[in-house]
Design a protein around this ligand. Structure first.
Ligand code: PSU
Ligand code: MN
Length: 301
């Protein structure tokens, strides 16, 4: 047991009994959505996981403690504090722990803490990736490196086209990270069900996905896998509206010289503002959809 980690009693009981557990990230709470929808969504996602037969473990850092499983009050603290909570990827964890601060974990940091706790399946909205213009900026999310080495499967709605999806695919191929499609041949682009990129393998059921993961880890092929789950048709957005918001956000980012860890939150917030309430509703629904699939995969595993 890691001396820096607190596992919530419900999560610890489930893990000890070999019952299914699904990890959830917290940057999506503090940096991905506005208060109070962020905390409401986080609690509903936990309920959806319970309704589908698994135990939720929302992951964050509270007063310097790594947490696998939060109370509702802790979710509210992160939701209300929003952007003032430190966004923590791999490199930020030691600072926030040593300084006994709160931290919101990205996909990378959530995978690290999930793996410490023994959790294999993780649900989120979208992952980080290779940014457009990375040939110059070198902006490649640490999420991709983590997927290359940490044994956690990440269920998401693909990646937003704030990223360069083609370069993201190439990078994942080099790093040996499988990209699965749940009932899809093309990589979903978060708000839209399709993109111009393919997935590696289209699998038709949670059982097939669980068998894939069992084979991967059974062969000691370390690293994660990405399971992409297209946004439900009824909540998908018009590609042209999303594209124009993304292009405007990217232009503003260049103008204002935003870089480093601020890039992704800046782009997410600007796209959400420019597309109004529609994109928030879609974002919430796709997270619900991913939570359902992740719970089914955890049960099948
Ligand atoms: N993409 C989204 N929504 C998000 C994020 C990415 O569509 O909330 C968050 C996740 O926490 C992800 C992080 O792990 O941003 C990636 O940040 P960066 O690009 O700085 O690594
Ligand atoms: Mn970056």
């Amino acid at each position: 047991m890691n001396q820096y980690l607190d596992i919530h009693p419900d999560v610890a009981t489930a893990l000890a009994a070999g019952k299914p557990v699904v990890a959830l990230e917290s940057t999506i709470i503090s940096h991905g959505m506005p208060w109070p929808q962020n905390a409401e969504t986080a609690k509903k996602v936990e309920q959806i996981i319970r309704d589908n037969g698994a135990v939720p473990a929302t992951i964050a850092i509270i007063d310097g403690r790594l947490k696998a499983g939060l109370s509702n009050d802790e979710i509210d603290v992160l939701g209300q504090a929003g952007l003032s909570v430190t966004k923590c990827s791999r490199r930020d964890l030691p600072f926030v722990v040593a300084q006994r601060q709160h931290g919101a974990t990205t996909v990378a940091a959530t995978m690290i803490i999930a793996a410490m706790a023994g959790i294999k399946v993780f649900a989120t909205g979208g992952i980080g990736g290779v940014h457009r213009g990375a040939q110059q900026s070198f902006d490649i999310s640490a999420d991709l490196q983590e997927l290359a080495k940490t044994n956690v499967a990440v269920v998401c709605a693909g990646a937003k086209s704030i990223l360069d999806l083609a370069l993201t695919r190439e990078y994942l191929e080099t790093q040996g990270v499988p990209v699965l499609g749940y009932k899809t041949d093309t990589l979903p682009a978060f708000y839209t069900r399709e993109s111009d990129q393919t997935v590696d393998y289209n699998l038709q059921s949670a059982t097939d996905i669980a068998e894939f993961l069992t084979a991967k880890w059974g062969m000691q092929l370390d690293g994660g896998a990405i399971i992409t789950n297209p946004i439900p048709e009824e909540f998908a957005m018009e590609k042209s509206a999303i594209d124009s918001a993304i292009n405007q956000a990217l232009a503003e980012m260049a103008e204002q010289g935003v870089a480093g860890k601020e890039s992704t939150p800046f782009l997410l917030a600007r796209v959400a503002e420019l597309t109004g309430g529609n994109s928030l509703a879609s974002n919430i629904q796709l997270v619900f959809n991913n939570a359902r699939l992740a719970a089914k995969i955890a049960v099948a595993l």
